[in-house]
Design a protein around this ligand. Structure first.
Ligand SMILES: *Cc1c(COP(=O)(O)O)cnc(C)c1O
Length: 339
């Protein structure tokens, strides 16, 4: 039995999901004639209370499209120094949109409205890039699956309004935040101009993300997706997985969160571990006492059939997910306790 805790992207479609995919009604989505894609887009738009949604192959492409929709070459986006758009999208912000990132040194992937104000370049000072967009990530991946305080997000919205900035949410794991916190999808819809959500993380789909947003800004999203090479044909088979996941895989995310809590508790008691970051959702980030011990630690687990991932300099990451069963959980906890 291999226990793969590197990411929540390692899941494989369940028999029920595969069945739903096989039964999907499809059409050419470039003509907007795929009924299943249309149904998924309508469902997510409605869920977040926004007029428009567009299906994407990846979260990266959805975020990259959003960056392009909000900016012109030379402009700047404000984001956390741990942001996915900065670290893990291949430098796409500069490659696709010709923009730079103004990084905020936040706390666990999150920052304050005051820090946003301080990061805005004065528009009348023509030497600086024009600040056009604020981007936040919820949950924050490199922040350890941390969830934003909704009151702070509202304050940032006010700052965006006052400074005429766009507001984009990278909601790859918004489902986890919605499970962990009292806010609803519509609360998020009211706050952001655009948001990307992933179907291929906690929800367990093989592929798929959706960009959701306001009418005016989304008018150009179809064109940008095309330019990025994301015009797709009979992708209702993939959208069907998304619809299935919304029906059957949303409510179970609490299980992943509980398992993450159990793991964090055992980890905190281990001699070789310096600290475990607070666990709010399905991600556990912990630090080894010996900074140079990553590879050895990972190997020890690999030999026992457990895969974890390293974040560099003694920090390791564990992510719980749909394919991490109760049986695996018991086994992993006992492996940890024997360490
Ligand atoms: C996974 C992820 C994405 C999108 O990644 P893709 O692999 O391109 O789907 C975007 N933002 C965050 C925070 C993520 O974790």
């Amino acid at each position: 039995m291999i226990i793969d805790l590197r990411s929540d992207t390692v899941t494989k479609p369940t028999p029920g999901m595969l069945d739903a995919m096989m039964r999907a009604e499809v059409g050419d989505d470039v003509y907007k004639e795929d009924p299943t894609v249309n149904a998924l887009e309508e469902r997510l738009a409605d869920m977040f209370g926004k007029p428009k949604a567009l299906f994407f192959p990846t979260g990266t492409m959805a975020n990259q499209t959003a960056l392009k929709l909000h900016t012109n070459p030379g402009d700047q986006v404000i984001c956390d120094s741990n942001a996915h758009i900065y670290h893990y999208e291949g430098g796409g912000a500069s490659f696709n949109s010709g923009i730079s990132c103004k990084l905020i040194d936040g706390h666990r992937g999150m920052f304050t409205a005051q820090q946003v104000i301080e990061a805005i370049n004065p528009p009348d000072f023509y030497h600086s890039p024009l600040t056009k967009l604020v981007e936040i990530e919820n949950t924050a991946n490199r922040g350890g699956g941390s969830c934003w305080d909704f009151e702070e997000l509202k304050k940032i919205r006010t700052v965006c309004n006052e400074h005429h900035l766009g507001y984009h949410l990278d909601g790859a794991r918004i489902w986890n935040a919605l499970m962990a916190k009292p806010e609803t999808a519509r609360d998020y819809g009211q706050l952001f101009d655009t948001m990307s959500v992933c179907l291929s993380k906690g929800l367990g789909c093989p592929v798929g993300s959706v960009l959701i947003g306001d009418e005016e800004i989304m008018q150009n999203a179809l064109r940008i997706r095309k330019i990025l090479g994301g015009g797709m044909r009979q992708v209702g088979y993939l959208a069907a997985a998304g619809l299935y996941a919304l029906d059957y895989h949303l409510d179970r995310l609490g299980d992943d969160h509980q398992k993450a809590q159990d793991i964090a508790k055992v980890l905190s008691g281990l001699d070789s571990i310096k600290s475990v970051a607070p666990v709010e959702t399905n991600i556990i980030i912990f630090e080894l006492k010996d900074k140079n011990n990553d590879a050895k630690f990972l190997n020890t687990f690999a030999e026992k059939g457990v895969k974890l991932s390293s974040m560099g300099s003694g920090k390791l990451r564990i992510v719980t997910h749909l394919d991490y069963t109760n049986e695996m959980h018991d086994k992993f906890l006992s492996v940890l306790k024997q360490l």
